[in-house]
Each structure stands twice: as structure tokens, then as C-alpha cells.
Write a protein that binds this ligand. Structure first.
Ligand code: HEM
Length: 139
């Protein structure tokens, strides 16, 4: 049980920090501070992978997890599935920039970086808000 509470505390703190950093990184891109935007987005993308892998690990080995009320199952499934969109999307945007000019994959994501970026950031913000909601109301 102790590790579950610790997981909850860390994941809620991470959700709040990531929420703020997403907005900061978005604003930085808008005003042309691309290096800072890039660094924060890489940090958030790596952080999201660490969070998800740790989540799966806690699910598997953490004991009594998934004991939220049954009627919330569709919401939790929606939340988790939607969360994969910015996770995979941001990974493609970061990979695209890092491989710039080298292949059709990076050309595609770099050409549409702004449109994809805005979409993923919005879904990402929603996912974190959902995560914070879950932390307060479902446990
Ligand atoms: C190596 C990582 C990244 C680099 C080097 C980078 C670079 C840039 C650059 C140069 C721009 C200026 C406009 C443009 O290119 O069209 C930009 C804008 C933008 N980026 Fe990134 N980016 C990175 C990662 C990401 C990621 C992972 C996301 C979101 C998931 C993102 C979201 C955005 C958004 C929303 C804008 C447009 C801001 C606006 O005008 O609304 N970026 N980025």
C-alpha cells in the first residue's frame, strides 16, 4: 500500500509540473525561444515515457491497484487511451526534429510540426487534468 500512495503523490506532482511546463513550452515556441521550447519538450516526452513505464510496473507488481469503482472503467480507459496520443505524437515530433532532413518521416512531422504540436499539447493538457482529477476523486 505504501508504494501505491508514493506513486500517487509522485504522479500527481508530476502531472501538475508537466501541466505548467507544457504551457510554458508552448508560449516559448510562440515567442521564438526555440532552444528552451525544444529542451522542455524533450524533458516532458522522456518524462512521460518514464511515467507510463513506471505506471505499468506498479500496475503489475504494486499490489492492490485498479480498485476504483466499476462505473469509472470507461472513463479510465478513455483517459489512458487518449494519453497515448500525445505520448506517441510527441515522440514522433521530437524524433522528427532530431532526424531533420534525413527521411520522409522527419519531413512529414517537421512540415506539420505546428499543427501536430498544438493538437498534441491540447490532448496532453486534458490528460494531465484528468490524471489530477483521478488522484483526488478516484482513490
Ligand atoms: C526536438 C524537439 C522540438 C523542437 C526542436 C521543436 C521546435 C519548434 C520550432 C522551431 C517551432 C516553431 C514553428 C515551427 O517549427 O513550425 C515549434 C513550434 C511548436 N512546437 Fe515544437 N519543437 C520540438 C518538440 C515539440 C513537441 C514534442 C511538441 C508537442 C507535443 C511541440 C509543440 C509545438 C507547438 C504547439 C508549436 C507552435 C507554437 C504556436 O505557434 O502555437 N514541439 N517547435
Amino acid at each position: 500500500m505504501a508504494e501505491i500512495s508514493m506513486f500517487l503523490i509522485i504522479s500527481t506532482a508530476w502531472a501538475v509540473i508537466a501541466l505548467v511546463l507544457l504551457i510554458v513550452a508552448w508560449r516559448l515556441a510562440r515567442v521564438g525561444s526555440i532552444a528552451a521550447h525544444r529542451n522542455i519538450m524533450i524533458l516532458l516526452t522522456v518524462g512521460a515515457w518514464v511515467f507510463i513505464l513506471n505506471y505499468l510496473f506498479v500496475q503489475r507488481y504494486g499490489g492492490e491497484f485498479g480498485t476504483f469503482p466499476r462505473e469509472y472503467v470507461p472513463w479510465v480507459a478513455l483517459h489512458g487511451s487518449l494519453g497515448l496520443v500525445p505520448l506517441i505524437g510527441a515522440t514522433c515530433l521530437v524524433a522528427g526534429r532530431l532526424m531533420a532532413g534525413r527521411n520522409a518521416f522527419s519531413r512529414h512531422f517537421n512540415r506539420h510540426h505546428k499543427a501536430y504540436g498544438r493538437t498534441f499539447i491540447l490532448v496532453w493538457l486534458f490528460t494531465h487534468l484528468g490524471g489530477i482529477f483521478n488522484a483526488f476523486f478516484l482513490r
